[in-house]
Design a binder for this molecule. Structure first.
Ligand code: SF4
Ligand code: SF4
Length: 440
């Protein structure tokens, strides 16, 4: 079986800017901004008000539903405001602003509980939700929900995503090199939570050091194997990774659990280990700050709520040619107008492109070359869906698989006319959702 999927693109990986740079921890910022919506699902409800003093790791907002997550303070200080602030999604979101007022005083000790391997799967899932863990590869889906499939869905494999196929990003690669044991401990907890015997760690072949390290460490583990994968974008997308690892196809409109699989990112595995073994909530993560628009690219361990600007300054600031700031990688990330937005639980990278890489040329008409069709990993006809959206035929776009698009950006990348196909598709989904709601 070929360890890949049909379609896909080969954008320049540009990992050299930050590859193999040891993770650094910058000084704590003077203030953090923690949005109550950092995950897919219902926003958290604030538990604090202006003037309250909080410690690092203290809950400051509670989950409002099952598909929701609490938020925790990432510093020690005083609540300066509970108000709407700019969010990396481009909208204003209710956020808790905390001004640091001295030492970093932790809410609990977060020392290891030697008994953690005896916890039941329900205890594990509750601890994961209480720790506020969302998928850290970027999608930010609440982890406890993914680990709780309906009884009729039998899960038999856990797939760990160490692919990091987005150009430029290197933080997952670096945590695999520096925190392999923590990842393996997290995988064992995740296996127990879903009751599976088998876990597969998928890693692209452009990270031979990580593949070698995990293969060696897995020699003595029970049921964990390493799967080297062809280097192709979007190899790390959930459906494509499952296809490559198991040969199974997620059905149209379906979920990985429909074919017995659950996928978790390597960073999420570490967060799960820290939550269950140390009772430590998710208030810090590794972020890659990189690109030709940054003076010194780095992999950083940062507190949630730290502003992009603070981290860019820590990396020596912008270069003269800096042209485009992106939350995430250049293929799936979201361009930012403002660098005063906070790092979220799902922020894997901050990329700054220069004028050449940003490719600011305007789009031209479609020349019907079909290259977008060739690369689409979901076997769609991106040019046609985009044209339907452009002319407001949203029902037709829907029939042609609008919602099967995983927004990987391969079509936009390959298009010789520079058509921003994925942008049209995102607009189409928003329009369809709006129309659909109006008819309810
Ligand atoms: S249509 Fe969607 S899934 Fe297909 S290449 Fe474009 S962005 Fe990726
Ligand atoms: S790649 Fe661009 S030019 Fe070619 S068919 Fe698709 S949209 Fe048209």
């Amino acid at each position: 079986m070929k360890k890949s999927f049909k379609g896909g693109a080969h954008p320049p990986d540009n990992k050299h800017y930050s590859e193999n740079r040891a993770i650094e921890t910058p000084p704590l910022p003077e203030s953090v901004v923690i949005p109550v919506q950092q995950h897919i699902g219902a926003p958290a409800e604030p538990l604090v008000k202006k003037g309250d003093r909080v410690k690092t790791g203290q809950p400051i907002a509670k989950a409002s539903k099952f598909v929701s997550l609490p938020c925790h303070s990432s510093v020690t200080g005083t609540i300066a405001a509970v108000e709407e602030r700019p969010h990396p999604l481009g909208v204003n979101v209710l956020s808790i602003v905390i001004n640091r007022d001295g030492e970093d005083e932790w809410f609990e000790d977060y020392t290891i509980n030697g008994n953690y391997q005896n916890f039941s799967n329900e205890q594990i899932k509750n601890m994961i939700q209480d720790a506020g863990i969302a998928g850290m590869g970027g999608a930010a889906f609440p982890t406890h929900v993914k680990l709780s499939p309906p009884k009729d869905k039998k899960i038999d494999v856990l797939i760990i995503n160490g692919v990091e196929c987005e150009p430029f990003l290197t933080s997952d690669h670096q945590i695999m090199l520096e925190r392999a044991d923590d990842i393996l401990n997290g995988i064992n907890i995740l296996k127990k939570a879903v009751g599976v015997k088998k876990a597969i760690i998928g890693i692209e072949k452009n990270k031979p050091d990580a593949i070698q390290l995990f293969k060696k460490k897995c020699e003595n583990t029970d049921g964990i194997t390493v799967l080297p994968l062809e280097v192709k974008y979007p190899q790390g997308a959930e459906k494509q990774l499952i296809r490559a690892a198991t040969g199974r196809e997620v059905p149209r409109g379906g979920l990985p659990m429909d074919i017995g699989a659950i996928v978790q990112n390597v960073g999420t595995a570490i967060a799960v280990y820290e939550a269950v073994a140390f009772n430590k909530p998710l208030f810090e993560r590794t972020v890659c700050v990189t690109g030709p628009g940054i003076n010194e690219s780095k992999n950083l361990k940062v507190r949630i709520g730290t502003s992009f600007k603070y981290l860019i300054d820590f990396c020596g600031g912008y270069t003269e040619n800096a042209a485009k700031l992106i939350n995430g990688g250049p293929m799936m990330g979201i361009a930012q107008k403002n660098d005063e937005v906070p790092v979220l639980k799902g922020t894997s990278g901050i990329v700054v492109l220069d004028k050449k890489q940003a490719d600011l040329r305007s789009e031209n008409p479609c020349i019907s070359c079909a290259r977008c069709v060739d690369v689409c990993p979901m076997k769609l006809i991106p040019s046609m869906i985009a044209t339907y959206v452009e002319h407001n035929f949203i029902d037709d776009a829907y029939k042609f698989g609008l919602f099967d698009c995983i927004e990987c950006g391969s079509c936009s990348f390959i298009c010789p006319s520079k058509r921003n196909l994925v942008q049209y598709i995102k607009q189409g989904k928003a329009k369809w959702n709006k129309l659909n709601r109006n008819t309810d």
